[in-house]
Design a protein around this ligand. Structure first.
Ligand SMILES: Cc1ncc(COP(=O)(O)O)c(C=O)c1O
Length: 306
């Protein structure tokens, strides 16, 4: 498969990569009945270290509760240990980590109380989601023609696999139009988030980000709010309109997969100078230091694998 991965953890055991399969009739495959996480392990100075592992596993279990699973075969502590075991077994110094809790039953069903939850954790080496070049040059984005989830239609606090059909529609449309990423508006018409990232704007020295109600509460978003606060830039959650993006001095997006990336053009309009702005650069530098164990916050945020 071209992934640098030999073992996948499945329901308590490390399974050879090519044997880590699920049955065709698994309900998760038919109806999107699963919840997942995206986590990164970095080659930190003292060895491989996972960024905010506990928070990610807590969000995974919260996602399962939001979706409606009543019982899970593993708890947060077991999932943390399983993640460390999987990274060690694969001998990786840095990797992307994908835990998934999925529903299975004798026949595909929409009733979560029939059948049970199964859990897998895969790890592989994966460079930045938006590409290495994006880190320095930034990306071009469009406002998607697809609306982001309504909180009472899809559960926006949960990383439900089925929710990602919405991200896929927006991402594919954006790529086919020649952009790097799509920005999605919430059902009220305000800026929500991207297909896999949260969004911030900088205007006249102040940083704003959308309220949490219609978005996924990103763990990178939370880290950047903390780092920005440490640097003396309080971040204000606020409704953000589409045209406020156009006239911002800086726009940047963040997520586990993409990390911190500046948005230099939206809907064919240049943002600020058309290059990564000073606030984005400062936060990107601090974030990179934090994930590699070179920051005052690293002690709280890193879990060493060994
Ligand atoms: C829709 C969406 N928003 C935001 C994020 C960023 O979240 P995090 O920083 O926890 O990776 C993600 C990625 O998980 C996502 O899928």
């Amino acid at each position: 498969m071209g992934l640098d991965s030999r073992y996948i953890w499945m329901d308590g055991k490390l399974v050879d990569f090519q044997h880590a399969n699920v049955h065709f009739l698994t309900s998760a495959l038919h109806y999107g009945l699963g919840v997942f996480e995206g986590i990164r392990c970095y080659a930190a100075e003292r060895g491989p270290a996972v960024f905010r592992l506990r928070e990610h596993m807590e969000r995974l279990v919260d996602s399962a509760r939001v979706l409606g699973f009543r019982t899970l075969p593993f708890g947060v502590d077991e999932l943390i240990e399983a993640t460390k075991d999987t990274i060690r077994a694969n001998g990786l110094s840095s990797c992307y980590i994908r835990p998934l809790i999925y529903h299975t039953a004798d026949i595909p069903t929409l009733n979560l109380d029939k059948g049970e939850a199964r859990v897998g954790i895969a790890v592989w080496q994966w460079d930045s989601y938006l590409g290495e070049e994006a880190r320095e040059k930034g990306v071009r984005a469009n406002i998607s023609s697809f609306t982001r989830h309504h909180p009472n239609v899809s559960m926006t606090k949960a990383k439900v696999t089925g929710n990602y059909a919405n991200s896929m529609l927006a991402k594919t449309e954006s790529a086919r139009l020649g952009f790097d990423e799509a920005i999605m508006l919430d059902p009220q018409g305000y800026v929500a988030e991207c297909t896999g990232e949260n969004l911030f704007i900088v205007r006249q020295g102040k940083i704003f980000t959308p309220h949490t109600a219609p978005i996924l509460e990103g763990i990178t978003r939370d880290a950047l709010v903390t780092i920005a606060g440490d640097l003396g830039y309080p971040v204000e959650p606020a409704p953000i309109s589409r045209d406020q993006l156009y006239i911002a001095d800086e726009v940047f997006v963040c997520g586990t997969a993409a990390e911190v990336v500046s948005v230099t053009e939206i809907d064919f309009r240049q943002i600020g100078t058309g290059r990564m702005g000073p606030v984005t650069r400062r936060l990107q530098d601090e974030f990179h230091a934090a994930v590699r164990g070179k920051h005052q916050r690293s002690i709280d945020w890193l879990t060493y694998v060994n």
